[in-house]
Write a protein that binds this ligand. Structure first.
Ligand code: CA
Ligand code: CA
Length: 486
């Protein structure tokens, strides 16, 4: 290898990384050699990728690394010269943190009810169990694939690798780590409804942890289904809410009709012990302003971001960012599914709802705990105007604690908490400590006269922080790219 002066080496590297197709290596990596060349990986082990065109394999290596199939043990794209790129040091780096976009709010006037907890620094996000701060910890708890054998740990960076890993486990504990962004439609456009239904589907079996590695791991053109299974964890992924290629006009949806679409970013159906943590759900890059109006209505191609239904139980949705979306989360999809009563036990905490029009969440039947979430929106926004946040639907039993709503134009409790169903089919909600634009929310009076007969008590002990500190805490902590995943 020819020795170059440091400045020349840096400019060569920069040139290569901008000139080559960026998905020849995982997004946070930087290229170090072409096929047959050598990477100098230094003395500490780090992730090295070998591949091209969004297909690569990864290995943890140190020292001089030959960029060859022999080094990596498999050829991700036979017949084409590949590139090698260096990733983060194994265990050495901390992820970039996004600073709050605005200064923290004034200190709390009352002390938090219990001190905030931070996860133990030593815990590995890949094997961490759902903490005792939400319903997922109930009874047998949620450990996902924590106990996976080495043969059931998969590093994947393409749709085909992901789908083949999912077929492998046969119910044994399994860990799947995603590197970079996986495009489920990478092998060609989705041409029909039937084809989209099949190719977009990412169906997770019992005892699985699906987790993003690095700050840029995610899924586009996909839909994650957790259906009829137990013990599943999804963490650290940026999930682009899928866009139905053929929305259906329903003339009976509202008095003037509406467009409906089929797919949710993630759907929990008839499953137990599920932990959805530190993900980012968004309509971007295909936001609603890019679609036409037909029959006088937006031809909406998105359905839910994260829906939970059909008797699903013991679910915790924590520390996620939900942004740029209309109908975010249903807990219970129909007043007629009366078998949901007694189930749909779900906790939402530490989530950031940013420019979400409604359903954050909208609840039927469920024993739902909503605490320390941060809601940000604008009633008059052109794109994703805020309509409401928490929907108190038929037989809902909601415990709300110390949520913070910063919604421009929201003047009263009823702007953020509303009865989403017909007047005869409402539910119950109690609240303590929540703030609307810095003032007490006013649950129980004025525009928020709901039944307080929720009929259950928390079976776990949450670490609730004061609503006045929620904004700062959530902006610092929520979303994909904040866990250090090796
Ligand atoms: Ca749905
Ligand atoms: Ca309202």
């Amino acid at each position: 290898m020819t020795l170059l002066p440091l400045a020349a080496l840096i400019s060569t590297t920069l040139f290569a990384s901008t000139a080559a197709h960026a998905s020849d290596w995982p997004e946070s990596f930087s290229t170090c050699a072409a096929q047959g060349g050598t990477c100098d990986d230094g003395t500490s082990k780090r992730q090295v990728s070998y591949g091209i065109k969004n297909k690569w394999v990864l290995k943890s290596l140190s020292g001089k690394v030959a960029c060859t199939t022999a080094t990596f043990g498999s050829d991700p794209y036979p017949g084409v010269d590949k590139k090698c790129a260096l990733g983060p040091l194994d265990g050495g780096t901390t992820p970039p943190t996004t600073p709050p976009t605005t200064p923290p709010t004034t200190p709390p006037t009352t002390p938090p009810t219990t001190p905030p907890t931070t996860p133990p620094a030593a815990s590995d996000p890949v094997t961490q169990a759902a903490p005792a701060t939400g319903w997922a910890s109930y009874s047998t708890g949620t450990r996902g694939g924590a106990a996976a054998l080495q043969k059931d740990v998969f590093l994947v960076s393409s749709a085909s690798q992901l789908l083949s890993a999912l077929k492998t486990g046969g119910g044994r504990p399994m860990q799947i780590k995603i590197y970079g962004t996986i495009d489920m439609a990478a092998d060609g456009p989705l041409k029909s409804v039937a084809e989209q239904g099949v190719r977009s589907l990412i169906s997770l079996p019992s005892n699985t942890t699906l987790i993003g590695a690095g700050p840029n791991a995610g899924i586009v053109n996909g839909r994650i289904m957790i259906k009829g299974v137990d013990n599943v964890i999804v963490r650290n992924l940026t999930i682009a809410n899928p866009c139905d290629i053929a929305p259906v006009w329903d003339p009976k949806d509202t008095s003037t009709g509406n467009w409906n679409s089929r797919y949710d970013g993630l759907n929990v159906d008839k499953s137990t012990h599920v932990w959805i943590d530190h993900n980012t759900f968004t309509d971007a890059p295909r936001t609603d302003d890019q679609f036409p109006k037909e029959n006088g209505k937006l031809k909406q191609c998105h359905d839910g971001a994260l829906d939970i239904k059909n008797g699903a139980d013991y679910v915790t949705v924590s520390n996620n960012v939900f942004k740029l979306h209309e109908k975010n989360t249903l807990v219970g999809s129909s007043d007629d599914t009366t078998s949901d009563d007694g189930h749909l036990s779900v906790t939402f905490h530490g989530n950031h709802y940013m420019d979400i029009s409604g359903r954050s969440p909208r609840v039927r039947f469920g024993k739902v705990h909503v605490y320390n979430n941060y809601y940000q929106g604008d009633r008059d926004a052109k794109l994703y105007p805020h309509h409401y946040s928490i929907g108190v639907g038929y037989k809902a039993k909601i415990v709300s604690q110390h949520n913070a709503f910063d919604v421009i134009g929201a003047k009263e409790c009823g702007n953020v908490v509303e009865s989403s169903g017909s007047s005869g089919k409402t539910g119950a909600i109690i609240d303590s400590g929540s703030l609307l634009n810095g003032a007490a929310l006013g649950m129980g009076g004025g525009s928020c006269k709901f039944s307080s007969a929720i009929g259950w008590t928390l079976p776990y002990t949450p670490a609730v922080i004061d609503a006045s500190t929620v904004r700062e805490s959530v902006l610092r902590n929520a979303g994909a790219g904040k866990l250090v995943v090796r």
